[in-house]
Design a protein around this ligand. Structure first.
Ligand code: NAG
Ligand code: NAG
Ligand code: NAG
Length: 545
């Protein structure tokens, strides 16, 4: 099995990572005979392009053909590129991304990057993992990629990234796509990994420019940089949203609040943080934890109106409460990008959003979809769409495998994790929805039960399926020992929470319990009814270490 995208930690090329990634590889492009006629766009070969497109500059760096075309430049796309190259070493892979950056991982943007002591981290996007090791959020340095113009020529193929370009049309029968600048690229196999765009609240969208100007929708590198800057300039920030992104950003900003005199307020309609995911008692506990990080948490808050008045944003809640602030961060979910559905004739799922694909992530004979934009059929849990990093890794890799001829259904459950700073974190797998019945088993946490300690111990940073699999062997031996009796406690230091549907475990949250994901994955895969979940909980050895 192919390894997951590993950023080059040891890469000696540190400085140029950011700058070089935004430079279009024009310099390396072959000399193109520029046609004097501005109305006749020139394609790479120098042939006249006769298609009826907007007359734009010659897209000299756009290859005419890519055997593997990956639309979108995020984690799913990069994971697919890696697995395609692993299984087909000469493969020529073209990634087309709207972003100006080379593929990077998003989780550190709301996690570790905020806790860096290095003031240069904002530029370099190098961060210290909780275990102290430094790495870049970019999966690979620029030197890893070949220039798009050279893709057809390089001897052993490679991965090229066309940045700042958008695919606007798909011709599925003709096996080609069209970019916003009119260029066309034909393909043999295509992956759609377009991700999504952050949602906003309608009341903010309708509130006008002054409010929009002071609102951050958080998703990209530029959003991280801009919010980081703003947090040093304003007196007050309100985060709207109680999910994992909102809660992580609240904790990140809350940590800074005391140093710089920043007021940080987080508000959401639920009763507590992560209220849609965690059972109420744990959601309440988490809320207390977030408050201890210096965040003023406002629960049961439905935003009714936002206005800009006397240099302040005013947020009025449905129940009449009024809050004033300088800046809003709206972390209210993601809208999958399905703009290509129409031209490609692909079906969008009416319940979950995203392109409907089968268990092999295939939309039609030579088109696959992975990551946030894929609404896939999960053999165990039914139709789903998942918006997490590990899912992007796992689904991108699987799509890449199948694009190179394997025929693998997507049974492998991805996991996700959220850290509320270095001290509290959880990992989750399957369907974790607080409206399902849950059973939680807890033990007292020790200093070792933190995200920081977990990465220190495992020597890995980005938590994901690959590294948890690495410890599976060791765990198997351990679970044969008789664990001490488990009791329910009011102390939610660490524990396991099972989510049930028809008495079968469909989701598991590991609360301050790390490196046990293979066990959780197996329980969900087995899909059995369990008479006593306390017994099942023993498999996780939460009373040990
Ligand atoms: C959670 O907190 C709310 C108040 O914020 C309280 O009304 C509720 O009873 C708590 N729930 C549990 C299960 O402790
Ligand atoms: C929001 O408040 C402003 C100013 O008080 C008011 O003019 C506007 O009508 C309100 N909008 C809504 C949707 O209530
Ligand atoms: C089951 C399935 O749809 N597998 C597909 C994976 O990809 C290969 C190669 O394109 C197809 O032939 C399979 O049908």
């Amino acid at each position: 099995q192919a390894s997951i995208p590993e950023p080059t930690v040891e890469s000696p090329i540190r400085e140029p990572v950011v700058e070089a990634s935004v430079i279009e590889p024009v310099a390396e492009a072959p000399a193109v005979t520029q046609n004097e006629e501005p109305l006749a766009p020139v394609v790479e070969s120098g042939k006249l392009d006769t298609s009826p497109v907007e007359p734009t500059a010659a897209p000299s760096d756009v290859p005419e053909h890519a055997p593997y075309l990956l639309i979108g430049g995020g984690t799913a796309s990069f994971a697919a590129a890696r697995s395609i190259r692993a299984r087909d070493p000469g493969a020529r892979v073209l990634i087309v991304t709207e972003e100006s950056d080379l593929p990077y991982m998003r989780p550190p943007l709301s996690k570790e990057l905020w806790f860096s002591d290095d003031p240069k981290a904002i530029e370099t996007l190098h961060f210290k993992q909780w275990n102290g090791k430094e790495r870049s959020i970019y999966f690979q340095p620029p030197s890893f990629y070949v220039s798009p113009a050279d893709l057809a020529k390089v001897e052993n193929g490679g991965v090229a990234v066309l940045t700042g370009r958008k695919v606007v049309h798909m011709d599925v029968r003709g096996n080609k796509v069209k970019l916003s600048d009119g260029a066309e690229i034909s393909y043999e196999k295509c992956l759609i990994a377009t991700g999504g765009v952050p949602r906003n609240l309608q009341v903010i969208e309708r509130a006008g420019e002054e409010v929009m100007k002071r609102t951050t929708l958080f998703r990209k590198i530029e959003d991280f940089r801009s919010l980081e800057k703003i947090s040093g300039e304003v007196k007050s920030i309100i985060i709207i949203g109680g999910g994992f992104l909102g809660s992580e950003l609240a904790c990140a900003l809350g940590r800074r609040s005391t140093d710089v005199g920043l007021e940080v307020i987080q508000m959401f309609p639920e009763k507590g943080n992560m209220g849609k995911v965690l059972p109420e008692y744990l959601s309440n506990w988490t809320t207390e934890k977030v408050r201890k990080e210096g965040v003023s948490v406002i629960t049961d808050a439905v935003v009714k109106n936002v206005t800009y008045k006397n240099d302040k944003l005013e947020i009025k809640l449905k129940d009449g409460r009024l809050f004033k602030t300088d800046h809003i961060v709206a972390a209210v979910g993601l809208e999958p990008s399905v703009d290509l559905a129409k031209s490609a004739g692909l079906e969008v799922d009416s319940d979950f959003g995203g392109y409907r694909v089968n268990a092999e992530l295939q939309a039609c004979s030579n088109i696959w979809v992975a990551g946030d934009a894929a609404c896939f059929y999960d053999i165990k849990l039914g139709r789903r769409r998942v918006e997490h990093h590990d899912h992007a890794v796992v689904s991108g890799r699987l799509a890449g495998e199948n694009m190179t001829g394997a025929s693998k259904p997507y049974w492998h459950q991805s996991m996700f994790w959220s850290d509320l700073g270095p001290d509290v974190g959880y990992e989750a797998i399957g369907i974790v929805d607080s409206s399902l019945p849950t059973v939680g088993v807890f033990a007292k946490a020790t200093a070792k039960d933190t995200p920081k300690a977990a990465t220190e111990q495992s020597g890995t940073g980005i938590r994901s399926e690959s590294e948890t699999e690495a410890v599976a062997g060791a765990l198997k031996a351990k679970t044969t020992a008789t664990p001490p009796p488990i009791q329910q406690k009011e102390d939610y230091g660490k524990g396991v929470i099972f989510y049930l549907r028809d008495q079968v475990v469909v989701g598991i949250v590991l609360w301050n319990v790390f490196n046990r994901m293979p066990i959780a994955r197996k329980i969900i895969k087995d899909g059995e009814q369990h008479a006593d979940l306390n017994e099942v909980a023993k498999l996780f050895n939460i009373h040990e270490d």
